[in-house]
Ligand binder design. Structure first.
Ligand code: FAD
Length: 147
């Protein structure tokens, strides 16, 4: 495990253009590019999306995570990017995921309804630690539900 392993957590607001029906396809495209790049760069993590917001965890060598976040920050498909946490960690929480997606499928949609109620659809109101726990727990629950 690289000595410089870091974890970055942020939230942002959806700025995908066009009708809401097209947003799922746009997120799928973001995920496809993310997985390709992150696999190449040794970055792992998870992305959560709802109609209003994104939340993402990025893990990897410090310089690579910083470079990835630089690209993400300047992407016009979201805005109000809020860095919640950037810290050195000992191990990856999402070692098998070049970018896991939380909120996909029926089980995910049901789980997301719970998040909406808890946070008022605003991940920016959650701390980095809360968002990390949420993404990690929800991913495990979705994997369990789909098994
Ligand atoms: P390219 O391969 O040149 O382009 C990537 C693809 O995205 C192309 O098909 C292009 O048409 C399309 N695209 C780019 N900008 C737009 C736009 N404004 N509207 C429509 N389509 C567009 N990238 C990562 O590498 N890792 C991540 O974890 C990651 N997470 C992201 C999370 C969010 C919420 C968002 C919004 C973006 C994320 N991205 C991530 C994408 C990132 O912002 C860059 O678009 C991407 O890294 C560029 O990769 P590339 O240089 O290989 O681009």
């Amino acid at each position: 495990m690289p000595r410089s392993l870091h974890r970055l957590i942020y939230s942002s607001r959806n700025r995908i253009e066009g009708p809401v029906e097209g947003h799922e396809a746009a997120v799928r495209q973001i995920l496809a590019v993310s997985r390709r790049n992150n696999l190449r760069d040794g970055v792992t993590g998870a992305l959560m999306f709802n109609a209003g917001c994104f939340a993402q965890v990025l893990e990897g060598p410090r310089e690579t995570v910083e470079a990835t976040f630089e690209r993400i920050q300047s992407d016009p498909r979201h805005g109000d990017v809020l860095l919640l946490s950037f810290a050195r960690v000992e191990t990856r929480a999402f070692p098998d995921w070049s970018m896991a997606f939380v909120g996909a499928g029926e089980a995910g949609a049901r789980l997301f309804a719970g998040v909406a109620t808890e946070s008022g659809f605003d991940p920016a109101r959650l701390s980095g630690e809360d968002l990390f726990d949420l993404l990690h727990e929800r991913l495990l629950e979705e994997e369990y539900a789909e098994a």
